[in-house]
Design a protein around this ligand. Sequence first.
Ligand code: PNS
Length: 176
Amino acid sequence: MAKVNRVKSRNQTNITAVFPGSFDPFTKGHADIVERALAIFDRVIVGVLHNPSKTYLFEEQERVALIAKHFERLGDRVAVESFSGLLVDFVARTGSRVVLRGLRAVSDFDYEAQMALVNRRLAPQVETLFLTSREEHSYISSSVVKQVATLGGDVSEMVPAIINQALKRLYRHRAK
Ligand code: PNS
């Protein structure tokens, strides 16, 4: 009889994935990737990039706080941390070996594959895994959200409620 190799029970290993991005702002597409990843990984760390030479709509700590608030109900299965510098160094600090990214369309692939290859050169032990976006999220990007919100459009279908409120506050404030 053929020997069946048993897959190690998930309880024996604790796998954390790092989901990095600028998240300026965090969208429903991002949120969905994190939630679906929790069916595969024990924990997800959302890594919020702070690049000092870039101007953001939301400051680093505000992006972290908003995302953390959105996932509050999931307890410690989702952590949110900011990082600057190399992603692979951040991943090493967390003890994880998995980088998770979302893919919306073929057009995302070139950039994502290049990043994954660079990261593998820098840290061969780190694997990049991709989850494809849901169809209904495939048109959503942080830049589209920013553009529509700046022009006073409704982005409630594109971002979690807490982000929508923050965007409304921001633009109300700026309009004054
Ligand atoms: O949401 P984004 O802006 O597409 O995310 C890009 C991100 C943050 C994953 C990427 O820019 C990144 O990892 N930056 C950190 C710097 C780094 O490690 N660069 C080498 C890989 S190209």
